[in-house]
Design a protein around this ligand. Structure first.
Ligand code: ADP
Ligand code: MG
Length: 482
């Protein structure tokens, strides 16, 4: 047993979700990502004296939606607070956040991990605004500042320290990404920083009750790096404890190049943010009527869809999971079930053809060119024995991408319709039998497995047009005779 196995890792997350609102949290500036630097700004996001913040109703709505999805309690009265600090990318000199009373309290989410199903409890979710961006690596002797991001609305979702491995963190963050996309509150894009997390990591001897001292790794926006950072930190802390040292509470930075963490600051120089109530924003009261309205308009949630797919369409949990990864694809599948009763066939078609096409083309399901009628008809064509699965997938599907014609018309035009016509099949079967006297003898002497060889040969000769069931029956009959 390695010394590392004596310890248990404990992790808690502070997840930042950048909301997909049109405008910023407290002014009308465009909140979208990717514009030229310092073009989405105004006197308010620049922190000019005398300007006043205004609430963005969408931020409240999105916070409530995420809270309801996670089963949190929604606070009836919400106040904002100022978190004061000086930094060049924070022109106001403070960030508007919620310190005393967050909008969502408690709740949690089940996740499927390598260690089985785990329930991760949420501590709370609060609303805040983002700071601008300091860019240190464009020039050796200068820092550039882009204030487009200053004031963009965020939710910070804080979990309890319920994770026990980096893999659990990975799965949870993916589930969060999926959830915010289902809810339509954020694009969940980690590369663009729309979803990022601080990972609080500590270790303790297995069986110990008390948590160890924790370190906080800042701003992880790649799960590959987060896993590496947590792994590095786990080993570092265990090595430290094993050599008689103590873990000091620190804020850490992860360097993806070296794969190591290094301190940004320790507890002694922790900021005193001098939180105080934001005097320029009135309290936000969330009425029962408002809550009821949001509840009534909630979209289906990923885990609800998954369960529904298993129950209503008798799909395996595995298929249901694949089909519900993206809400658009899940809804697309649901629509397809109105055009075919072969749910498994529909699931296969989406999993094996539609989804791969979308990822190859980097397209959304809304841009998928084949309609439900065509796909339903394609499944029917297979089920009715008109074309084989292979022909449907490899020959007809690509044609459908560029035409509104129905699959049967395409199959006929390309001469792909399978034949169970006795005359057509008989000729093929007779030819194959005549061409392979040795194999026929072997078959008749008991090597029944050779039927596969004969089937393959007939199929090939027919260019996929021989209908398998009739072909098989005819072959068995003819081979037995001789
Ligand atoms: P703050 O960072 O403001 O001090 P908290 O003390 O509430 O806030 O902790 C923030 C995060 O740290 C939460 O996600 C929590 O789950 C996690 N956390 C707290 N204690 C530990 C610990 N001993 N080990 C790992 N994570 C922890
Ligand atoms: Mg913290």
């Amino acid at each position: 047993m390695s010394v590392y196995d004596k310890y248990e890792t404990v992790i808690g997350l502070e997840v930042h979700v950048q909301l997909g609102t049109k405008s910023k949290a407290f002014c009308g500036d465009d909140a979208s990502f990717g514009a030229p630097p310092n073009t989405h700004i105004s006197t308010i996001s620049l922190g000019h004296p005398g300007t006043l913040p205004r609430l963005n109703k969408k931020q409240i709505e999105y916070a409530v939606k995420l809270g309801l999805a996670l089963g949190s309690k929604i606070s009836p009265t919400n106040n904002f607070d100022r978190k004061n600090y000086f930094y060049a990318d924070l022109p106001k000199g403070y960030q508007i956040t919620q310190d005393r009373m967050p909008i969502c309290i408690g709740g949690g989410m089940d996740v499927e991990t390598d260690a089985g199903k785990r329930h991760i409890r949420m501590h709370h979710i609060h609303m805040e605004e983002d700071a601008g961006k300091s860019i240190h690596d464009l020039a050796p002797d200068a820092t550039f500042i882009d204030l487009n991001r200053a004031g963009v609305p965020l939710l910070e979702a804080v979990t309890e320290p319920d994770f026990r491995s980096a893999q659990e963190v990975d799965v949870f963050m993916n589930a969060m990404r999926q959830l915010v996309r289902y809810l339509g509150v954020s694009d969940g894009n980690m590369q663009e920083g729309s979803l990022r997390c601080d990972c609080n990591v500590s270790v303790r001897l297995k069986g110990a009750e008390k948590f160890g001292e924790r370190c906080e790794i800042k701003n992880m926006n790649s799960m590959r790096f987060a896993r590496k950072a947590i792994e590095f930190e786990r080993k570092r802390q265990i090595d430290l404890l094993e050599s008689g040292g103590k873990v000091a509470q620190q804020t850490l930075n992860f360097d993806p190049v070296s794969g190591t963490t290094s301190p940004l600051r320790d507890k002694e120089d922790a900021h005193d943010y001098r939180y105080f109530p934001e005097p320029d924003l009135p309290p936000v009261v969330i009425s029962d009527e408002y809550l009821a309205k949001i509840k009534a308009g909630m979209p289906p949630l990923p885990w609800e869809m998954q369960e529904k797919f298993v129950n209503d369409y008798e799909l395996s949990a595995y298929d249901a999971k694949l089909l519900t990864e993206e809400k658009g694809v899940a809804l697309f599948f649901q629509e397809l079930t109105k055009h075919t009763k072969n749910y498994k066939g529909a699931a296969n078609l989406i999993i094996n053809k539609v989804s791969p096409w979308l990822s190859e083309e980097k397209k959304q399901i809304a841009d998928f060119p084949i309609n439900h009628q065509q796909l339903g008809a394609l499944i029917q064509l297979i089920d009715g024995g008109k074309v084989s699965n292979t022909i449907a997938y490899q020959r007809i599907f690509p044609e459908l991408l560029t035409t509104k014609k129905m699959p049967l018309e395409i199959a006929e035009a390309l001469n792909l319709v399978q034949s169970s016509d006795e005359g057509f099949l008989e000729k093929l079967v007779d030819d194959v039998i005549a061409q392979n006297p040795d194999k026929v003898k072997a078959y008749q002497n008991g090597k029944k497995g050779l039927i596969g060889f004969f089937m393959g040969a007939v199929m090939k000769a027919s260019r996929g047009k021989a209908e398998p069931k009739s072909t098989n029956a005819l072959l068995a009959k003819k081979l037995a005779k001789k």
